[in-house]
Design a protein around this ligand. Structure first.
Ligand code: TRP
Length: 334
């Protein structure tokens, strides 16, 4: 939006506790990307209320997530780290984009179908138009790239369709965003079911390592990880449990899968699981320490929230003004 760097937008929901999968698969890459792009990393609390939330819990989790962004290494001077709900432009643009989105398109969204099935007692309109709010997030900042997991690709596709439709009518208003799928995208699977992604909403807490798990818990979960009876540490499809542990080990140590297989050749699963646990602890320990330290500095976090909220609001306003003008809203009299 300013300068010559391309703009990147991404966000996470403040629901559930972040897992090692969220860190290795997303947050860690965000830090790498922050050199190359002008980044907006939002805590998307408005998306969270599409599912019923406890107010105090939501507020606490949102603040923890924002703090965690910084603890993970995102410099809030260089990256715009802010709460979605602090920038009213998200809701304003979402309304406008709703009028350029067809129900037929929304009916096709697989995440809506999944969530509607899961929350049958609360299939609200917000859950239905969730992708439109997501489109507003991205288009508001004229983002060029959006790092997302595979599960969000359909939402990015509809964002592009809405933007193209709007531009087709009104001229070049929105940048058409591209998905950014990490090159080394460490996709971490559940420790209890290596066919399933490690998820913060998993009912079985042993399947996920949470970023705030203490060392004993991490080691215990690694030791209990579901593997196989081959008694052979190899990186192959037939041994998804071991392969997942190798992925985790590599992501935590920076080693390659070949190196890891060689390192543990002829050794038992027990020993390998222990090494994986220790590698994870060595990543989580400094992260947790930094998080604790930052959490205590209320004034600092508050100042980040204020300054970055304002910055985001300013950027959002620029796009909104353009949109208002294009669609024919009356000019504001000052
Ligand atoms: N829907 C995304 C998720 O659950 C979060 C999100 C909201 C997002 N708005 C976004 C991600 C904009 C990327 C860009 O993962």
């Amino acid at each position: 939006m300013s300068g010559d760097k391309k703009v990147l937008f991404s966000g996470m929901q403040a629901t559930g506790s972040l897992t090692l999968g969220n860190y290795l698969g997303a947050l860690k890459n965000w830090v790498t990307l922050s050199d190359e792009y002008e980044c907006f990393y939002s805590v998307v609390d408005m998306h969270s209320i599409t599912v019923r939330q406890d107010p105090a819990e939501l507020r606490k989790r949102a603040r923890n997530l924002l703090t965690l962004y910084i603890a993970a290494g995102l410099d809030p001077e260089k990256n715009c780290i802010y709460y979605q709900s602090h920038v009213s432009g998200h809701a304003e643009l979402a309304w406008i984009l709703n009028c350029f989105t067809y129900m037929g398109e929304l009916n096709r969204m697989t995440q809506f179908k999944d969530k509607a099935a899961k929350h049958a007692d609360n299939i609200n309109a917000g859950l239905y138009t969730y992708p439109v709010l997501m489109a507003a997030d991205i288009l508001l900042y004229q983002a060029d790239v959006v790092p997302v997991g595979k599960d969000q690709l359909q939402h990015l596709e509809i964002t592009r369709d809405i933007a193209q439709r709007f531009n087709g009518i009104y001229g070049d208003v929105f940048t058409i965003p591209e998905p950014y799928i990490g090159k080394v995208g460490a996709k971490i699977m559940s420790l209890q079911n290596p066919e399933k992604k490690m998820s913060k909403s998993d009912e079985n807490p042993n399947g996920s390592i949470y970023l705030m798990d203490d060392p004993d818990t991490v080691i215990r979960k690694c030791k209990r990880a579901v593997t196989d009876s081959e008694a052979n540490i190899a990186y192959r499809d037939e041994q998804p449990g071991i392969r997942n542990l190798i992925d985790i080990y590599c992501a935590c140590t920076g080693k390659t899968s070949d190196e890891t297989v060689r390192e543990f050749e002829g050794r038992g699963y027990g020993e390998f699981k222990m090494a994986v646990g220790e590698a994870v602890v060595s990543v989580l320990k400094p992260l947790q320490a930094r998080f604790e330290e930052l959490s205590k500095d209320k004034g600092y976090i508050d100042s980040v929230i204020r300054a970055n909220g304002e910055k985001a609001g300013y950027c959002a306003m620029k796009t909104l003004r353009k949109v208002h003008k294009k669609i024919g809203f009356p000019e504001r009299i000052r």
